[in-house]
Design a protein. Structure first.
Length: 268
């Protein structure tokens, strides 16, 4: 059965994993390599690691950390954080990461995405788009850990990144980050319908139904989450989890189509 990928996103701060709410209020949740071991046992599709302080500290995600993940992970993984050059990308790929994720530098260096796509292939390059609603100005793309607005609308930016050679677009809602109330369906849909590359939905997932909704209504190619895979129960005890095989099968296009109206079935 073909289905969208389900991807845990893990935030790296210093040497530990943290979880955020609206890109702030960070809570320590544990050791990153231990998390990889747990997700190995849970048979996760992919993993994403984002070093959230790398850009502000003017450095790249540590290569030794990438090697440690590569040595342990049984699944494909991608990393991001402070990546600024083809040299950085080459080192990260050689360390074991299948994909690299670029956020701020896609704006700061207009040639990086196109040069990287030519050098390493588009399938290796993921552009992360952090989106936040700005008062009276609508939704805009933010960089530098969500602290600086670019003034660019997310759909326009996604098209630009696709034209530059990005192989995937990771769309994250800052306003919904950590809220566990559901994705920004309209945001995901607006981009998914206008670009041809896969769109990964992120920011706000709290239940398995949120996955289904963003695939059916938002046309997401993959679903990503942090809090949903990290917290358990109303008191948010830290307990890493991942959907069962049975739940994942419910995300197959075959099963999703079965529950859609005839007019919707052509979407899958």
């Amino acid at each position: 059965m073909f289905r969208p990928r389900v991807i845990p996103i893990l935030l790296l701060k210093k040497s530990g994993l943290v979880k955020s709410i609206k890109f702030k209020d960070y809570q320590y949740i544990g050791d990153p390599i231990n998390a990889v071991k747990i997700f190995n046992d849970l048979f996760a599709d992919e993993l994403v690691f984002l070093d959230i302080t790398a850009t502000q500290e003017n450095r790249c995600i540590p290569i030794e950390f990438v090697k440690s993940v590569g040595d342990e992970a049984n699944m494909a993984f991608a990393v991001g954080g402070g990546i600024k050059s083809l040299f950085d990308i080459n080192n990260i790929i050689n360390a074991g990461s299948e994909k690299i994720i670029i956020n701020s530098e896609a704006i700061n260096n207009s040639n990086l995405i196109s040069d990287a796509a030519k050098e390493f292939g588009s399938s290796t390059i993921v552009v992360s788009i952090d989106v936040k609603k700005r008062l009276f100005k609508g939704q805009q793309v933010y960089i530098n850990g969500g602290s600086k607005s670019t003034g660019i609308a997310p759909l326009l930016y996604a098209k630009m990144m696709e034209e530059n050679g990005a192989g995937e677009i990771l769309v994250n809602s800052i306003d919904l980050d950590g809220m566990m109330t559901g994705y920004d369906i309209k945001l995901i849909e607006s981009i998914s319908k206008e670009v041809k590359v896969p769109v990964i939905a992120s920011g706000g997932a709290g239940t398995f139904e949120d996955f289904k909704r963003v695939v059916i209504e938002g046309h997401a190619s993959a679903v990503a989450a942090g809090s949903m895979f990290v917290y358990h129960g109303p008191r948010k005890a830290v307990l890493l989890s991942y959907p069962s095989v049975g739940e994942l099968n419910l995300l197959s296009y075959e099963n999703l189509n079965r529950h859609q109206s005839p007019s919707s079935r052509s979407l899958f």
